[in-house]
Design a protein around this ligand. Sequence first.
Ligand code: G6P
Length: 612
Amino acid sequence: MCGIVAYVGHRQACPVILKGLKRLEYRGYDSAGIALLNGNGLNIYKKKGRVIELEEHLKQTDITSTIGIGHTRWATHGEPNDQNAHPHFSSDRKLAIIHNGIIENYASLKQDLVNKGHKFLSETDSEVFIHFIEDIQRNNHCDLEEAVRLALTKVVGAYAIVIMSVDEPNSLIAARKGSPLVIGLGKNEFFLASDATPIIEYTNEVVYINDHEIVVIKDNLLKIKNIQDVAMTPYIQTLDMELEAIEKGGYEHFMLKEIFEQPKSIKDCFRGRLNAAKGSLVLGGIREYANKIVNADRIIIIACGTSWHAGLVAEYIFEEFCRIPVEVEYASEFRYRNPVINEGDVVIAISQSGETADTLAAIELAKSKGAIIFGVCNVVGSSIARASHEGAYTHAGPEIGVASTKAFTAQLTVLTMISLIVARKRGTITDTKYHEMLYALESIPEKVEEALKLNDQIKYIAELFKDKRNFLYLGRGYNFPVALEGALKLKEISYIHAEGYPAAEMKHGPIALIDEEMPVVFIATKDSSYEKVVSNIQEVRARKGVVIAVVTEGDKVIPAMAEFVIEVPATNEALMPMVSVIPLQLLSYHIAVMRGCNVDQPRNLAKSVTVE
Ligand code: G6P
C-alpha cells in the first residue's frame, strides 16, 4: 500500500521517479506526487488521481533536478485529494517526506504540535511525522539525520519513509519499520523504492533495508545504521529479474498477461525441484526443518485473500496425503485471538507479496509462542520470506495485476510439493500414488494451456452475463476453495456481488436467492463429490437458476442440465484447482473489461496490503 520512489545521482530525477511510480501503481493509485529541488528551492507537485495525471500537471513545469522523492497513495488518513497526497512539507517548507504505512500515535503527536503552533494542510499522519521531525531538530539543535533517528524512537506504527531537505541538496534520509524499502546501487547514483521493479532497469545491485534501520545517502555515499545509532553493514544482493517480466508484453492488461503466463509460471515453480521420470522431488527450503513438518501434530496455515484460498486447498491436500490435521486461518483473525499454539505445531504462512501486514504480525505472534514458520512467498527478499525460519519461493515472477492469478496456481504447486515430500517421509502415501502425483503435477502446465484455449468461449459467456448484479459460485471438496476464489476474482475487478459457497451448504441459505436472474457457477469436475454436485445442480435448476458449469472434458451428464458448460481437461482431483480456476479467472477478467472497469487497478484495492 502506497508506493515510494526516490532518486539521487547524475540523471534527471523526475522521469526516473514518474516511471518508477507507474511501476508501483499496483500498490495504490488514488493520488500521486513528487518533490524536487528545482527553480527556487524545494517544491512539491501533487495531484489526486493516477500518476498520468501528475505527469500532465507537470507538463509546463521546470522539472530539472537530480534529486527527488515520489509517492503513489492508497488512502488511510484522509480522503484522496490533492492536499492529502504525498509528499508533505514541514512547516518551514525546508523538509519533504514520503511515507508508506501508518503512524498509530499521530493524533497525540499532532495535538502537541498544534499546541506549539504548527498548522497542518492535510489530514494525514505523514504530515504530522515530518512536522514532528522538524520540531525535534529545532529543539535539539541537531542535524536532520539525528532528528529523524530521535523521531523514530517515539513514533508507533509502520513506515517506510524518505526525506529530503533544502539544506542538504545531495542527501536523502530513509528508514523502515514494517513497510518495505529497497535501495538500488548505481554508479554514483541511488534509487530507493518500495520494491525492486522501479530499479531493475538501472541496476541489479540492491540492498533490502531491515526494520529499524535508517539509511543516509550523502555525497554519493550510502550509510546504514540502526535506530540505536549503531552502524550496519549493507548486504548487497544481485537481483535476478528481467525487465520484460514487469511489462505488459503486448497484452492489454497485466492480469490477462499473468493468466496466460500460468503454464510457464507453474513450470518455473517446479523447475529444478521436480523430475517425475527420476522420481525426484526436492525443495531446498525444507532441509533443516523437514522433520518438524514431518512430525508436526498440527499445521496452521495463515494467509489473506487469494493466498488464504490456496491455504484452503492445501488443507485438503495435507490431510489427504500427510494425515496431519490442518487449520487455515485468516491472519487478521489469528493475530488477535490469543490462539493456542503448541510446540509440535508448524505454521505455514502464504503470501504473494511477502509484505501483508496481518500475515507478518501473525507470524511474529506464532514465533513468539515457539512455532516454526515456513514461508511460501513469491517476492524474493520480502519481509515474510525473511521473517520465516524456512520457506520455498513460488518463482511465479512479478505479479502486477491487483487481482492475484498466477501466484495462486504457483502457491498450489509449492504446497503440493511440500505435502508430497512430507507424506513420503511420513509413509502416508504409497509409492504408486506418489509417482502418479509427480507425473500429474508435471503435466499441469499442459492442462492449463488447454484450459486457456477456452478464452473465446468464456468471452462469449461473459458478454451474456456482464450486466448481472449477483453471482453464486459453488463447489465441493477441492473445488470449494476454487468457488471462493472465483467469486473473489469477480467482485474484486467487476464490482459485481458474488459469493462462493460449498455446494451442499447452498440449501442452508443461499438457495433462497436463486431465481431466473441468478447465475450459478458450478465447479463440477469429475471427482469424489461429483455425484453430489450433480444433485446440487438439479436443485438450482429446479428453482430456475441459470447454471454455468465447469466440468471435466467428455462429461455427458452435466451438459444435459446446465445452460453453459466449460470443459477443462481431466487431472488428479487434488490438482484440479490449478486447472478449474483458469476459466473463472478469465470469466471475471472479460466481464470486468466489458463493464469498463480498470482491471489492473480496481477501485479501493491494493496489491500489497501493508496496513492492518
Ligand atoms: C490483497 C491483494 C490480493 C491478495 C491479498 C493477500 O488483498 O489484492 O490479491 O490475495 O492482498 O496478499 P499476499 O501478498 O499476502 O498474498
